[in-house]
Design a protein around this ligand. Sequence first.
Ligand code: ADP
Length: 348
Amino acid sequence: MSTNPFSLSGVKHTIAISSCKGGVGKSTIAAALAWELARRGFKTGLLDTDIYGPSLPSLFQLNHIRAEINEFKMVVPVEHKGLKLMSFGFLLGDAPAVMRGPMVANYIKQLLFQTDWGELDYLLLDMPPGTGDVQLTITQLIKLTGAVIVTTHHTLSLVDAARGILMFEKVKVPILGVIENMAYFTAPDTGKRYYIFGEQKAKSLSSRFGVKTLVEIPILEGLCAGMSDFQKNPYIQEAGDEFVEAIKHIEASQSHLKDAVFKEGQVVLTFSDGRVLSAPAFDLRAHCPCAGCVSEMTGQRLVDVKKIPSDIFPREILPLGNYAVGISWSDGHSSGIYPYTLFEHLKH
Ligand code: ADP
């Protein structure tokens, strides 16, 4: 079955695998975790969002593969050992991508939504490193179940991890936990552990943000050598156990937007825990927070409310992230993001 363009309706959980610095092993961990989930029988996809240096094709030794386009003009993910994989590398080959920052999030969005993922239990997004605009846009565009932060014990990495946690908190994406990669090295002759970057600094992350460490992964020779070494790797298996548990925990504790309708002049949102939020359509349109309606410099409202039709109604309401809806209005305006907090503020 083919999914609708611009919808991930067949995907149960989309999870960002994020790091705030390059080189901490994020792509390797994302690939290993996806591999482990597929090994357990979960339908799993992995999207490499790196435009400038896609690593997924080489991680899976699939550099020669090019993705195909199906009759619905959707990109067909590359299937490998039960995993569905997609990367710019499967479209561009070795050609370098030449793109400016603002375009990047758009390309990632296209690749995500125009890939025919079909039915998936888990879609892992190997996010670009950092906490800039691109990352923030992705977290706002996609309804993420949660995020995993990959970091190393190095102090700077931990400071960056804290920044990442705050970014996800801002858009109300729960953190499943932190994977501390390259945490220590075990000497092969003596079996002694060496905490090269210092021991247990990540404790400060859990005490400050209440974020769990899912697993500590040591420096492993095997992880550099290619995917075959992910098999039966006890650390990757532990990461898989913790990941599945964390998702269960989030599922149990979170309420999802179940329904969004327009009724008697109101936009009404109903959540899975029975909570209902509603706000007058006119007021929502008048309070549109997009850059075209509110000056980014002064915060002054630019929209002329007299020009808003009194019978305005939403043509489409789309859930965005875990905190807002995007609305396409009958007056043609469609760039606004309306946080649930705005509904609370405007309710009559
Ligand atoms: P990132 O996606 O954060 O930029 P990568 O996944 O590309 O980082 O990893 C950077 C390098 O570190 C790669 O050569 C990878 O094989 C290696 N690496 C990652 N994790 C480990 C580990 N636990 N032990 C040894 N090498 C690792």
